[in-house]
Design a protein around this ligand. Structure first.
Ligand SMILES: Cc1cc2nc3c(=O)[nH]c(=O)nc-3n(C[C@H](O)[C@H](O)[C@H](O)COP(=O)(O)O)c2cc1C
Length: 186
């Protein structure tokens, strides 16, 4: 099969990682691929924060869990109650993708960049997981503090995040895909 098609089909969300850090050159390649995503009007309205400090990754996980626990309505509240649950599955690298608040299509553009990151990781033999459970950590005053601590530039807000690392497990088979989602008008 064509290599790009193989990578798209083989990418899975990985939720178990080795502690070993990823190579600097692999991280650079991944970030390079991120900025080659399409963006509306070529605005490139994104900012990428790479976190490789374990204490900070743990802090994000704890902050998100605390907020989820407080929100009794969230379907994830029970997961957050589990002390051993880590929202980033102890991945050694996390990338936060932030989008510009300056109108446009930042959400779509940043989602495209996020997918490029996942695919580049797969192509390099790394595991990844798109993790949006972190988002509650950026709410309210403590969330603003966290955004400052992460060095996210003024005018940008975290939209998505990715856990990255060497796979600690072989990927399980792909969850079945819906097949009733196509139509064709010829
Ligand atoms: C917007 C978005 C948010 C997601 N957030 C999480 C998350 O917080 N935690 C997690 O373990 N997986 C998360 N996922 C991964 C999905 O659960 C996963 O992509 C889906 O189950 C399909 O599995 P696959 O990625 O192996 O194809 C997220 C995926 C997307 C697109």
């Amino acid at each position: 099969m064509n290599e790009i098609l193989r990578v798209i089909k083989n990418r899975r969300s990985i939720r178990q990682f080795k502690t070993e850090q990823i190579k600097k050159e692999d991280l650079e390649t991944i970030l390079e691929m991120a900025v080659y995503a399409p963006s509306a009007g070529n605005r490139q309205p994104w900012h990428f924060t790479v976190i490789q400090r374990k204490e900070l990754i743990d802090e994000l996980s704890e902050a998100a869990k605390e907020m989820l626990k407080k929100d009794g309505q969230s379907p994830y509240s029970r997961m957050a109650e589990n002390e051993s649950f880590h929202i980033y599955y102890h991945a050694p690298t996390v990338i936060i993708v932030s989008g510009s608040l300056q109108g446009g299509f930042a959400q779509a553009d940043c989602a495209a960049a996020t997918q490029n990151i996942l695919l580049a990781a797969e192509a390099l033999g790394l595991g990844s997981c798109w993790v949006n459970l972190v988002m509650p950590a950026f709410k309210g005053e403590p969330g603003e503090e966290l955004i400052k601590k992460l060095g996210i530039p003024e005018g940008y807000r975290p939209l998505y995040s990715i856990a990255l690392g060497y796979k600690g497990t072989t990927a399980s088979p792909a969850p079945p895909r819906r097949r009733d989602c196509f139509n064709c008008i010829a």
